[in-house]
Write a protein that binds this ligand. Structure first.
Ligand code: 5AD
Ligand code: FES
Length: 357
């Protein structure tokens, strides 16, 4: 899809036109990845982090947070619960925490893949290549690393580098792909300073990177972060709003530029609309939900943004609730790990003209 088309869609506010976009994304989703919804159990294994990302409540900037790191035993107990709940994948997510050593994660991945049928997705930040290699070798099959924005100025402003280590997530994404990981990325929507032009380029880049997984969600200001406190925005008329509708537009366009990708209706979206955010996401391009498996006492401490949905529910309550919601939409819950299928190659062009706003 051309830049101008993407740009016109993210600026479109006409309800009838937007219905066209939702329908198109839903149709491409149905044809390319089917009606089954994959459940990926999310396990937030540590809230320690060495980075200073300006938007994130668990960054090193926040001194007001009790830090935790789950033990291998605790993690394996939750993994077994994921298996019992019928999930096909477990996602191990954390801040960039070097207390989670290369060896610890490699052993954990080996245990999970040898003792359960679950696929392992890692989301552990910008780790050195040797770590990523060791974990791939241990059996991890997917890695999530959002690039957050393709605008170099904005990227630099929100991601201060560590001394001697520039933050270059695009280079790391290329390396993850070379290592044979299914690679996921994405952006926040409505970051202060994010323009329509730059968001359109982000979406185009999803297609150029041919991402296997795409995670997008609204920016939610956290009061204990520099970006949560600042009143900074792009010039009038250029700032992308961090709204529910903008999130659906980006979800739908992500589906059109990467027809076969696995795309979750994210928790951040559910946080903007608890009643039906996830359901609407599933009807506008998404095919994945990530129920939270983190034990509730840790979940409240994984405070990347405020008022997160499903913070107090147990894993069982959350799993039951999501299953009911999926079935109420006339969709099914997928069985098995649900890797990206590359059987059908091709692009949006196969489905005829993409509607233009
Ligand atoms: N609002 C919304 N999403 C956020 N993330 C981090 N901080 C926030 C926030 N304040 C998202 C980032 C990160 C993912 C794990 O959570 O996109 O990559
Ligand atoms: Fe988690 Fe409903 S989706 S409790």
């Amino acid at each position: 899809m051309k830049h101008e088309e993407i740009l016109a869609w993210i600026k479109e506010d006409g309800p009838a036109k937007l219905e066209e976009l939702w329908a198109r994304a839903d149709e491409v989703r149905r044809l390319r990845v089917g009606d089954a919804v994959h459940l990926r159990g999310l396990l937030e294994i540590s809230n320690n982090c060495v980075r200073h990302c300006g938007y994130c409540g668990v960054s090193l900037n926040n001194p007001n947070l009790t830090r935790y790191r789950m033990t291998g035993q605790d993690i394996m107990a939750c993994v077994r619960q994921a298996e019992t709940l019928g999930y096909g994948t477990v996602v191990l997510q954390a801040g960039e925490d070097y207390g989670l050593t290369r060896e610890f994660i490699a052993a954990l991945v080996r245990d999970i893949t040898s003792q359960t049928p679950l696929a392992v997705t890692l989301s552990l930040g910008e780790r050195p290549e040797a770590d990523l290699e060791a974990w791939r070798e241990a059996g991890a099959s997917r890695y999530l690393l959002r690039f957050e924005t393709s605008d170099p100025d904005l990227y630099g402003r929100i991601h201060p580098s560590l001394p001697g280590r520039p933050s270059d997530r695009l280079a790391l994404l290329a390396r993850l792909r070379e290592l044979g990981y299914e690679t996921g990325s994405g952006v926040m929507i409505g970051i202060p300073g994010q323009t329509y032009e730059s968001l359109a380029r982000d979406i185009q880049l999803f297609g150029e990177l041919d991402l296997d997984m795409i995670g997008v969600g609204p920016f939610i200001a956290h009061p204990h972060t520099p970006m949560g406190k600042s009143a900074w925005t792009a010039p009038p008329g250029e700032q992308v709003p961090a709204t529910e509708d903008m999130t659906y537009k980006v979800l739908a366009l992500s589906r059109l530029v990467c027809p076969e990708a696995n795309i979750p209706a994210t928790t951040a979206l559910a946080t903007l609309n608890r009643a039906s955010g996830r359901e609407q996401g599933l009807r506008r391009g998404a095919n994945v939900i990530m129920p939270n498996l983190t034990p509730p006492q840790y979940r409240v401490l994984y405070d990347i943004y405020p008022s997160k949905a499903c913070i107090h529910e147990t894993a069982v309550e959350c799993g039951d609730c999501l299953r009911q919601r999926i079935e109420a939409l006339g969709r099914t819950v997928a069985l098995g790990p649900g890797s990206r299928s590359r059987r059908q190659s091709g692009t949006e062009a196969e489905f005829g003209e993409t509607p233009t706003p």
